[in-house]
Design a protein around this ligand. Structure first.
Ligand code: DGI
Ligand code: FE
Ligand code: FE
Ligand code: FE
Length: 187
């Protein structure tokens, strides 16, 4: 799918602010794909659609999670987690994207998962470090992403978990499993 067509489709789904974020993720993901040897066109497509479902009504997302037999655990955790798996589903159904690599990068962009694919890592990290992000510690991750994608990934997962702990929020099990997987693998 052409970039312009894809951008038009996603622009109809999200706010202007989220669209600017999406453009940042797109540019960053393309750069990371070139740097770490993935297909820049796949990175571009996954980035464009990664937040496709961000503004869907919670009730609609809940219904999809149940009907599509996604993990029930999602429903007891923060609804912010839902747009990633629901987005992958809707991007296939409504936009017609069938590339499994692209869909799984969308699906796991919020929680990550153990043994992530290269494209999943690229989208996770690009979402964290795109130029519009200003979290504490983001510059450190930007530096790591210049030559070590796994270390950039671990640091961004750690920062996300610490942010949740500070806000007294629960951490979704797959987020913890992702963290453990990469730490045990040798962070
Ligand atoms: O959609 P974005 O804002 O671009 O970023 P995202 O999809 O990576 O994260 C969305 C939100 O989800 C963000 O505020 C952090 C939160 N989040 C990420 N992992 C977890 C989580 N929230 C909970 N409760 N548990 C998690 O494991
Ligand atoms: Fe997101
Ligand atoms: Fe993220
Ligand atoms: Fe995002």
């Amino acid at each position: 799918m052409e970039r312009e067509v894809a951008l038009k489709l996603v622009a109809e789904q999200i706010t202007e602010h989220r669209y600017v974020h999406t453009l940042g993720v797109m540019e960053t993901a393309i750069q990371l794909a070139k740097r770490f040897g993935d297909d820049p066109k796949k990175a571009e497509l996954a980035a464009i659609f990664h937040d496709y479902a961000k503004f869907r009504p919670k009730e609609e997302m809940k219904k999809i999670i149940k009907e599509q037999k996604m993990p029930e655990q999602l429903l007891v955790h923060n609804s912010e987690l839902w747009h990633a798996p629901v987005g992958a589903f809707l991007v296939e159904k409504e936009v017609g994207i069938t590339d499994r690599d692209v869909l799984s990068a969308i699906k796991y962009h919020t929680s990550g998962r153990p043994n992530m694919t290269l494209l999943e890592k690229i989208i996770y990290v690009a979402d964290y470090i795109e130029p519009g992000r200003h979290f504490p510690g983001v510059d450190e991750v930007r530096v790591l992403a210049e030559n070590d994608l796994d270390r950039a990934l671990i640091k961004s997962i750690q920062n996300t978990i610490m942010f949740l702990l500070k806000k007294n929020q629960a951490v979704y099990p797959e987020t913890i499993q992702t963290y453990n997987f990469f730490i045990l693998k040798g962070g």
